[in-house]
Design a protein around this ligand. Structure first.
Ligand SMILES: Cc1cc2nc3c(=O)[nH]c(=O)nc-3n(C[C@H](O)[C@H](O)[C@H](O)COP(=O)(O)OP(=O)(O)OC[C@H]3O[C@@H](n4cnc5c(N)ncnc54)[C@H](O)[C@@H]3O)c2cc1C
Ligand code: SF4
Length: 584
């Protein structure tokens, strides 16, 4: 079916760029204070300023502007490091995202014997500066798992409540894909998808033989100009930040029009310590540390929106203790920090002799996959609940550092000199990897709390994580392993390693490793079991809202950011409405 493209007015670019106004001019009181500038915070800043609110965004990281800061089109040999990773750029020195699994001076801990990894960004735009831009809507079933399998509650809202905001996000930001009419994979308002690359077509043929659904990917990258932004020129380097603003990041798409309203002030290097509360139990603003001077500062606002990412928002609430809220702000249910979710993951790679000695050609494409496999099976015939989708990669895009690492393991590979160079040419492009991304069932052993003994460099207590997968997830990942290995064999390839057994959890990812943490400030109709209502408004504090992944009730196998954006827009509109009514 032909893709549909609705046009909306061209977004104004900010004459001031993405730098914050000087502090001397900064106002001290705002309609809304937003903590965090990633997907959730950026969208709240955009939607609230469009609605006429005076907004202050506080961001713990520094500035970033893809037009000037991106390393797009650099060759590996442009750097003596050849692009290898650095401590604050674990995905390589050309990566656009400053942050990582560990941040100096900002530790977190895990309960004894448990394992959890927490990936944080520290910069304007947060993790949207790197993310894979896989932009999937949750489907109708994803909002009502309580009705379907009873293993989790339903959301207090339905797909129909979020659909208008998904539509708006599609139109504003731009997404490519194809209308497929699949039951729980709603179509969006798509730009045309890029053509599949050679290896992708080849995998699709195997999928067709095995009755696995394989369709064009859905990524927030422009294949046509949209709203004043240029179309992608297929350099394949989205992770480095797009200097032509052709892919989505909060910095590329949401901050310029928000700043252009003149209603937004952005304070960078502002590490928020807690939400401040008045004697009436309502928020008065936030207290933060100016990281450049070390000074304690405050921002006053009528409404506070927390969008610091799911776990960091839970941390802020738990650290906002007072006589009115001794267990942390908005935590009368005790649910803050509970119901922590992450996507399940497993990866299987292999090599394929048929792809050896390929004809050299450019297949860079967009900076991500052109095809993927949405969940295609019926759980009633399986021994695990919920589903997974498959992301896969291979081909002959720009080689980076470490390319074909382990070449000595290929038949007759390795050696040195001319033979090694020839082997690189022969084997380049003959590997493929399949990654499963699945829905976990949230359980009481996955949560976070304040560590009573550890503080960060500013004396703010840090999070301690607890994590245990359950059999649901192990069975699901076992199925991923078996499927990917069958696919590799169907393609005539050889998996890199033997399938891991139950003693290795079938190769399941570590908690947090897929970087989709959600659920720590769950929404619900019952204030005894949930933190927020269906508008992401705190049950206990009516002028406090959450706009990151914290409100999610269940995970879905879909990557979460398109839903974070849609919910943030919906929440922001609600805030604007309530303010107009004088209810906030
Ligand atoms: C490598 C990678 C690939 C990914 N791929 C995908 C994908 O393909 N599809 C998808 O849907 N999702 C993907 N994700 C996940 C996606 O990036 C997140 O879901 C999304 O960015 C979360 O948005 P957020 O606004 O909640 O948090 P963030 O984007 O993390 O933004 C939070 C911001 O808050 C700031 N902050 C935190 N604490 C404080 C504080 N105390 N005071 C002030 N500021 C604070 C942080 O510095 C940060 O800038 C990926 C993530 C990574 C890292
Ligand atoms: S692949 Fe396209 S969207 Fe990505 S960085 Fe290159 S031009 Fe920008």
């Amino acid at each position: 079916m032909a893709p549909i493209l609705h046009s909306i007015p061209v977004l104004p670019r900010s004459p001031a760029g993405l730098r914050p106004p000087s502090r001397a001019k900064a106002q001290q009181s705002y309609d809304v204070c937003i903590v965090g500038s990633g997907a959730g915070g950026g969208m709240a800043a955009y939607a609230l300023t469009q609605a006429g609110a005076r907004v202050c965004v506080l961001e713990a990281g520094g500035p970033w502007d893809n037009a000037t800061d991106s390393a797009m089109l650099k060759w590996p040999y442009d750097s003596p490091r050849r692009g290898a990773s650095t401590p604050d750029r674990p995905f390589g020195e050309f990566d656009a995202c400053i942050g990582g699994w560990r941040i100096e001076g900002e530790p977190y801990t895990t309960a004894p014997g448990q394992d959890f990894r927490w990936w944080r960004a520290r910069m304007l735009g947060g993790r949207t500066n790197h993310w894979g831009r896989i932009s999937l809507r949750f489907g109708p079933d994803d909002f009502r798992r309580g009705d379907l399998d009873g293993l989790s509650p339903n959301w207090p809202i339905r797909y129909e409540d979020v659909k208008p905001y998904y539509d708006r996000v599609d139109r504003l930001i731009g997404i490519f894909g194809s209308a497929e009419g699949l039951p729980n994979e709603p179509d969006g308002i798509f730009l045309p998808p890029p053509k599949p690359r050679c290896h992708e077509l080849w995998v699709k043929q195997a999928c067709d033989r095995m009755s696995i659904t394989c369709i064009p990917a859905r990524l927030s990258i422009l294949t046509r100009p949209l709203n004043g932004r240029a179309a992608c020129h297929y350099c394949g380097q989205c992770g480095r930040g797009c200097a032509t603003h052709s892919n989505f990041s909060s910095t590329n798409v949401l901050f310029p029009p928000a700043l252009a309203t003149g209603l937004l002030e952005t304070r960078l290097n502002a590490m928020v310590r807690e939400v401040t509360v008045g004697p009436d139990g309502l928020c008065t603003g936030v207290a933060y540390i100016d990281k450049e001077t070390g000074e304690d500062r405050q921002v006053r606002a009528r409404v506070v929106v927390l969008a610091a990412s799911a776990c960091e928002t839970a941390r802020l609430l738990l650290n906002s203790r007072s006589s009115l809220f001794p267990d942390g702000l908005a935590n009368s249910s005790g649910a803050v920090g509970r119901h922590l979710n992450d996507t399940t993951g497993a990866w299987v790679g292999g090599w394929f002799p048929q792809l050896m000695d390929g004809v050299a050609h450019n297949e860079d494409g967009v900076g991500g996959m052109h095809l993927y496999m949405p969940w295609w099976l019926d759980n009633r015939k399986l021994d695990f609940p919920r589903g997974y989708h498959v992301e896969f990669g291979g081909g002959r895009d720009l080689p980076g550092y470490g390319v074909l690492g382990g070449i000595q393991n290929y038949p007759a590979g390795g050696g040195w000199g001319q033979q090694l160079k020839d082997d690189y040419r022969r084997y380049y492009g003959c590997t493929l990897g399949f990654s499963g991304r699945g829905e976990m069932v949230s359980n009481e052993n996955c949560w976070c709390q304040i560590d009573p003994d550890v503080v960060d460099r500013w004396g703010i207590p840090v999070l301690r994580f607890h994590w245990q997968w359950s059999d649901h997830e192990y069975q699901q990942v076992k199925h991923m392993q078996e499927t990917f290995r069958s696919l590799i064999h169907e393609l005539g390839g050889t998996p890199w390693d033997a399938m891991p057994g139950p003693e290795r959890g079938y190769g399941i990812s570590r908690g947090g490793e897929i970087i989709h943490e959600l659920g720590t400030t769950r929404m619900g109709d019952d204030r005894r079991t949930s933190v927020l209502n269906g508008w992401c408004q705190a049950h206990d504090v009516r002028n406090l809202f959450v706009a990151d992944g914290g409100p999610f009730v269940t995970q879905s196998d879909k990557n979460p950011t398109w839903t974070i954006l849609a919910l943030s827009w919906r929440t922001s509109e609600r805030i604007a409405e309530l303010m107009k009514q004088g209810a906030l």
